[in-house]
Structures are given as C-alpha cells and as structure tokens.
Design a protein around this ligand. Sequence first.
Ligand code: SF4
Length: 215
Amino acid sequence: MREKQKLSLEIQPLIELYQELDSKIEKFKRETGLDCIRGCGECCAIESRKVEVSMAELIPLSLHLWETGEAEGYLKKMEQMDEGGPCVFYKKGPRVKEEGGCSIYPWRPLVCRLFGFSAVKNKYGQPVAVLCSVLKKRNPEVVREIDLKIQRGLEIPINPYYAKRVTLLYPTYGKERLPINEAVKKAIERVGFYLELLKKEEKGLKTFESYDRAA
Ligand code: SF4
C-alpha cells in the first residue's frame, strides 16, 4: 500500500492540472451553452488508432486500475482486441449515460478532456476553436457565435498549452504519442513495473523519472 501512496503523491500535479482544466471547460460550457449530446460517444466509437495520447496522460488511470485490481483484466482484453476496434474503455450499450460510454470517465486522458472544448492558435496567435463535428453539423450557428465570443475575449483552453504542461511534468512519457490502446497497455505495464520497484525500494530512487533512467 505504501508504494501506491508514494506514486499517488507523484501524480498529484497531473491530477491538479486535470482539475484546473475541467473547471475551465465547465466555465466555457456555461458561457457558451455548448455541451456534448447526452449519450453520444461518437468520438470514442472511432478506431482507437485515430485517438493518439501520451503515456503520461494515462498515469493516474493506470494507477487507479492497479488499485482496483482491474489492470491485468484490461491487459488481457487488449491482447484479444482487433487493432481497428475502438478504445478499450468504450462501452456501447443500451444504458445511455451522460459520459457517452466511457467506462473510466473521471480518469480519462488529457486528449479526451480537451476534445470538443479547446482551441489551437492560428499564425497570428489567435485561438481558433476546434469543436466536435457532430455539434458543428447540428448547429453551425452556435459555432459561429462561439468564434465571435472567443474573438471578444471568451477564454477557451488551448490544446497545445495543456499537452506541453503534461510533457513538462513527465518528460519521458509525455513526448511520444501513441494510439490510445497501445498507450494504455504501455502505461499500465510501466506503472505496474514502478509499483514492483517501489515495493522493493531498490537503489534509493524516488521518482518516475529516476526509475526510468535506471531501468
Ligand atoms: S478513454 Fe474514454 S473518453 Fe477517451 S476515447 Fe476511451 S472511452 Fe472515449
């Protein structure tokens, strides 16, 4: 148990970053009236190869899965999955949930938090909203209104800014972007490996990064 507490302390800055981002997105939703269509799940139902994330984004989720005893089950499930299938956490079912089928919603990676409610900057440094295609199709007027609001100063999370902050927290795991199922597999395995190392308390090493340098 001590090793899990130790790792929890290490991932605290990332948890705080996610909380900060979530509250900015909530504010953006309130101010624009924009929100996901209840139970939609379109963004999760696509081929997992098209959703790229870094392992760093998945560290809190991986620790959570080891804590709940689900990690090995997901590793096995991924071995049997078709490469062209959706994200391993996507559950399509008759029960329509607000989260749209994500079975690990509170632990989802950065890219899934930003999707539909973030912006990139154009060559003039102005934020340009990157919104969900389903919402755009349904209501192109709202999208135009949001663009105008952004031009007038409405705050919207800037996607590369958050991705960079995650990379700075965990440089070894934040740079490479992989298809989500591949990244999940690697992140679960790596966190499991650290938990084992922490159990042994070998070499007096203290952080993710120092363990990685020694591995
Ligand atoms: S982690 Fe959740 S939100 Fe992200 S793609 Fe998978 S099912 Fe969708």
